[in-house]
Design a protein around this ligand. Structure first.
Ligand code: SF4
Length: 258
């Protein structure tokens, strides 16, 4: 599923990034990773964002949700949603796909504790070529926990925008996308990477804005960047099917690279 190196801003810059977001009027904030809950600044940053009035969604592998300090944080400052990724329905497949021995046991422990605490959970059932035979069992396990679940079959690139995860998709489970009819990326939402480099979304990473260098004013360039990235130029030029294409131009670029 691609490398997820552990690196990012120090505490002071994280606070500055959140201040810029608050000043820009960010209301919904989704914190992803890698695994965000293992960041030593996670709890402080989460609380800071929550106290700034943001509505928070956390994407996590669930492995630390048993920790009393995390459970207390989520009870004191409730998230909108905790989205937990599930990578298999057995220890063998789960640990193989995550390439981490003990991942299955940690996931189960975290889920049991989070369910017990009544946290607002949703499970993303990650279906790849390697674990596709367990797709139904994964959904059944999520149902057993009584947690809303969603099959995540159409992968998007990694934290650095690489196309490797596209190669791991299960061809049999890929969903047909609707013809692409436009997207507000860069206009009503944006993506900030771990170094506060801002792009229109996590897929369209070209022309990043360095928020630490430019401050809030840098965000005023996003709309024009978005409009430019959406133009069907470059690899799409001359394609007779581009009018009925089911992916946006930034995603099409990743497919072409993959
Ligand atoms: S991947 Fe494409 S459709 Fe999705 S948010 Fe980015 S630009 Fe929009």
């Amino acid at each position: 599923l691609g490398e997820r190196p552990f690196s990012g801003l120090g505490w002071d810059d994280k606070v500055r990034l959140l201040d810029i977001m608050r000043e820009a009027g960010v209301l919904w904030l989704q914190i992803t990773g890698g695994e965000p809950t293992m960041d030593p600044h996670f709890q402080g940053a989460y609380r800071y964002a929550w106290q700034a009035g943001m509505v928070l969604t956390i994407s996590t592998n669930g492995s630390l949700l048993w920790r009393p300090d995390l459970l207390k944080l989520f009870q004191d400052c409730p998230p909108y949603r905790l989205v937990v990724s599930m990578y298999g329905a057995s220890e063998e497949s789960f640990d193989t796909l995550t390439q981490r021995r003990g991942a299955w046991k940690a996931f189960r422990r975290g889920m049991d504790a989070a369910c017990e605490a009544g946290l607002p959970l949703r499970i993303n059932v990650v279906v790849t070529e390697d674990n596709a035979s367990e797709a139904d069992e994964m959904a059944a396990l999520a149902d057993e926990w009584n947690v809303e679940n969603h099959a995540y079959t159409n992968m998007t690139p990694t934290i650095y925008g690489g196309g490797e995860p596209l190669l791991a998709q299960s061809a049999a489970h890929l969903r047909q996308r609707k013809p692409f009819a436009g997207c507000n990326a860069g206009h009503t939402f944006f993506h900030a990477d771990p170094h506060a480099k801002v792009s229109i979304c996590k897929v369209g990473r070209d022309d990043q804005i360095d928020l630490m260098a430019e401050g809030i004013d840098g965000l005023t360039r996003l709309g024009a960047i978005a409009d430019r990235l959406m133009l069907r130029t470059g690899g799409c030029e001359g394609c007779a099917l581009s009018g009925t294409c089911r992916v946006c131009r930034p995603l099409a670029k990743h497919y072409q690279e993959a």
